[in-house]
Design a protein around this ligand. Structure first.
Ligand code: FAD
Length: 449
């Protein structure tokens, strides 16, 4: 048990930051109320729809106008705060934002959020103490403030800095080129021939949306053949690898005449506040350093990944365990996962869940890094959990001793994944009812839209 109450900074007031704050507030014996830094004037992060996206440096989210969730609300929700049961299972993004706003108010988080305040740098205060504490520099309306915290929870998401693969000759291509981060609605693409590069959830969804207005949509991707019948004006092609003035050229040499190329190629991790900077901070250790030996450094591994600190269990900084990253994992159910991660980290801080020594955590994260590299998968997937997420969530709960997620979530997730694979254009018409921690019922008829 900690001897005095800990002061924790939470960076970001999206789903991950809100649930971290809620978990801190529920442990008032050991923690002071959190200080939540949010660079926009809203809670909700990803779920705040902005009709007019700005440039690459602006704070707009990647939400598009007609997006409905790709997971049913019954899986998405935080374990202690259900969505409105009268809503359909697959809901419009505005309902998710409303849910997060209600969550913020229900758990009285709002008074602890510093809105329009961006964290510009954080750095560890080393030397002598039992554990590392942090200096956090934030900026609001041109004024910088430095505060000290016992721990920092980084909750800044990873869907705001587009990853764009190298396409030979793309600068010469005379058509329009954009990333899905800037896509809003299909009407502006009326009568165009469009290539959507990437068949992840956004690529498939956007291709289907576009087909209602575009002349032709080509879904260009590397994955296995999709086993669903697309709309009549949607075709498949191998990935685009180069471009000329007039055409996009695929891996198999085929050419596509297109008016627009939309990159649905995902995002980079973006933690600019971790970068070593001038002055006082330059004297401190680089938080992004993995300490690889033999002259290797992280720059030689930057394959479009963005910033990548060494993390133990995809969560805790391996060298500075008072710093954590909530929600850095990919292909997961983000809200319940964030809830488990936040509880785990706070139980560690409370001294109720011991961690291995930093050398061991660093060694484990390096091994994981090496294995991932040897697997040939891009580094941006280092924290991709997919089917491993359930075992991971269980490990967090069992190790730290909190209530694990209901087993029904995994069953439901797998069932939805299967239906999405069969027909990504119609799977959202199903509705779901959870019957117990183990069982659910899925209506196959459309009852609500
Ligand atoms: P975010 O929502 O990105 O929030 C991060 C917050 O941090 C933002 O408010 C940002 O302003 C703030 N911030 C960033 N940097 C700083 C800084 N330096 N200082 C201060 N504040 C900062 N998930 C689902 O469960 N179901 C879905 O159907 C689903 N659909 C999605 C569709 C799209 C198009 C996208 C992009 C994502 C989707 N997701 C979905 C995933 C979604 O991102 C997560 O559900 C969740 O919202 C992530 O929350 P977060 O708090 O980790 O990040």
């Amino acid at each position: 048990m900690a001897s005095s109450r800990l002061r924790v900074a939470v960076i970001g007031a999206g789903a991950a930051g809100l649930c971290s704050a809620r978990q801190i507030l529920s442990r008032s014996l050991n923690f002071e109320p959190p200080v939540v830094f949010e660079m926009t004037d809203h809670v909700g992060g990803t779920w705040v729809y902005v009709e007019e996206p700005g440039n690459i440096d602006s704070t707009h989210s990647s939400m598009y106008r007609d997006l409905r969730t790709n997971l049913p609300k019954e899986i998405m929700e935080f374990p202690d705060f259900p969505f409105d049961p009268y809503l359909p299972s697959f809901i419009h993004h505005s309902e998710v934002l409303k849910y997060l706003e209600e969550y913020t108010d229900k758990f009285s988080i709002r008074p602890h959020i510093k809105f329009s305040t961006r964290v510009v740098s954080i750095y560890p205060v080393l030397g002598g103490q039992e554990r590392v504490s942090w200096k956090v520099v934030s900026s609001s309306r041109g004024e910088e403030v430095l505060e000290k915290f016992d721990a920092v929870m980084v909750c800044v998401g990873h869907y705001s800095h587009p990853y764009i693969p190298d396409i030979d000759g793309i600068k010469d291509f005379q058509g329009q080129v954009l990333h899905s981060h800037f896509y809003r609605y299909p009407e502006v693409f009326s009568s165009r021939s469009i290539v959507v590069l990437g068949s992840g959830p956004s690529g498939v969804d956007i291709a289907i949306e576009l087909s209602t207005h575009a002349k032709w949509v080509t879904l260009s991707h590397r994955g296995p053949p999709l086993n669903w019948t697309p709309p009549e004006n949607v075709s498949m092609a191998p990935p685009v690898v180069s471009a000329t003035q007039k055409a996009l050229i695929c891996e198999d040499g085929s050419k596509i005449q297109a008016d627009t190329l939309i990159f649905c190629t995902g995002y980079k991790y973006h933690y600019p506040f971790l970068l070593p900077s001038e002055g006082e901070m330059a004297a401190h250790e680089n938080v992004l350093d993995w300490g690889f030996l033999d002259g290797e450094d992280m720059e030689s591994f930057d394959l479009g990944t963005g910033h990548l600190p060494p993390l133990y269990k995809h969560l805790i900084h391996a060298r500075y365990p008072t710093l954590c990253f909530i929600g850095a994992c990919k292909i997961v159910v983000p809200f319940p996962l964030a809830d488990c991660q936040a509880q785990f980290f706070l139980l560690v801080l409370e001294g109720k869940c011991p961690l291995p020594p930093p050398e061991q955590m660093l060694s484990e994260s390096r091994t994981e890094f090496r294995e991932h590299q040897n697997s040939g998968l891009p580094l941006k997937y280092l924290h991709r959990l997919g089917p491993r997420q359930w075992e991971y969530n269980r490990w967090l709960a069992d190790t730290a001793g909190f209530r694990p997620l209901a087993p029904v979530l995994e069953k439901l997730y797998e069932a939805v994944r299967e239906f999405r694979g069969v027909n990504p254009a119609t799977y959202r018409k199903r509705n779901i009812r959870i019957l117990s921690r183990e069982e659910f019922e899925m209506q196959t008829e459309v009852t609500q839209e």
